[in-house]
Design a binder for this molecule. Structure first.
Ligand SMILES: [Fe+2]
Ligand SMILES: [Fe+2]
Length: 355
């Protein structure tokens, strides 16, 4: 049984602690938590806002029409050999990444959270990661792709293997089951792991997403791009949730965010950019449809600056977005730093309002 219930398992003493005592002592980590998920009143209203937006974002992969994609995939002339290869490698990578993230949220992050409203949002996130895994399998099945080729790619393709390993290592500092928060060094490790989640949600997916959007922009594989738009919309909320979690822990335990940790965080983001760019370049090979190594590098660097700014740092790369047309697919959500602060998004179930 979770340690959260320790207090409840002691002998009964009437009115030992009031609701407001519990709420006042609530923290993202290391807070008072009786394990009974009392989410009203709220200590962290941002989590409730995010949870409600996630509920409005309901969708299922079966509602995406993949028939044109199958037609194009079967046609000899619609896609080049390189475009097919890039499509398959991108699909394999995002599928691996969402598999990693489903486990990471449930095994590494959730058990340390002592704010029930944040736990609710994370549980919904874990469901969405599972939904994404299912979406990729829907794409594999709809196109009648070789399952061994896609899911077994990381066993054959060293670059994909190394990329997955790098992502896993960046999340791994808190993955030991004996890891606990509650002292300075371990709380710092947890905070750093939350930044690794921002990197995963906010940098690692983006070369692959760009591949699917580039194809769609050239009238290729429209169902796949729509599936990715749904996924991308969910990932935006996950990114925002972790930015809020990190910034809230910084407020509650300001001593953790010291110069050494800041330096590590900046280095982690820069390392992630290098890995994402080198993976992206290897994935697109000689390039597809105007997407090449140079503009992919600029794009990932541009996105990384947005993540740095969201964490309170100065931008490092200071480059312009080479793909301003991306807004038509993402409604500018990952571009505008203050997008979430400024906009309350109303979604109708199962729709993409900006397409
Ligand atoms: Fe995901
Ligand atoms: Fe995610």
């Amino acid at each position: 049984m979770s340690k959260k219930f320790d207090a409840l398992m002691q002998d009964f003493h009437a009115k030992k602690m009031s609701n407001s005592d519990i709420i006042n002592r609530r923290r993202v980590i290391n807070g008072e938590d009786d394990g009974l998920m009392q989410v009203s009143p709220l200590k962290h209203p941002f989590a409730d806002e995010i949870f409600k937006t996630m509920l409005n974002n309901n969708w299922v992969p079966q509602e995406v029409n993949m028939s044109k994609d199958l037609e194009m995939w079967k046609s000899k002339s619609m896609l080049t050999e390189n475009e097919r290869r890039v499509y398959k490698r991108s699909l394999a990578f995002v599928s691996n990444l969402d598999g990693i993230q489903t486990d990471n949220i449930t095994s590494n992050i959730l058990r340390h959270i002592t704010s029930p409203e944040i736990s609710l949002a994370l549980i919904r996130q874990a469901f969405e990661e599972a939904l994404h895994v299912h979406s990729y399998s829907t794409m594999v099945e709809s196109l009648e792709l070789d399952q061994e080729e896609i899911y077994g790619m990381y066993r054959q393709d060293q670059e994909l293997y190394e990329k997955n390993r790098y992502v896993l290592r960046s999340l791994g500092s808190i993955s030991d089951s004996s890891f606990k928060t509650g002292n300075f060094a371990d709380d710092q490790k947890f905070l750093e792991a939350c930044v690794s989640n921002i990197i995963l949600e906010g940098i690692y997916f983006y070369s692959a997403f760009m591949v699917f959007y580039t194809l769609k922009r050239n009238n290729k594989m429209p169902g796949s791009a729509e599936m990715i738009q749904f996924i991308n919309r969910d990932e935006d909320m996950h990114l925002w949730l972790f930015i809020k979690i990190v910034n809230e822990i910084k407020k509650e335990q300001p001593e953790l965010w010291d110069e050494k940790l800041k330096e590590r965080v900046i280095n982690n983001i820069r390392g992630a950019v290098e890995h994402e760019v080198s993976w992206g370049i290897s994935c697109i090979n000689e390039g597809i449809l105007g997407l090449n190594g140079r503009n992919l590098n600029e794009y990932i660097s541009f996105i990384a600056d947005m993540r740095l700014i969201a964490l309170g740092f100065d931008p490092y790369y200071k480059v312009k977005n080479p793909f301003p047309w991306i807004d038509q697919f993402t409604q500018g959500s990952m571009i505008e730093v203050n997008f979430f602060e400024a906009t309350v998004r109303e979604y109708a179930t199962g729709t993409l309002l900006w397409d």
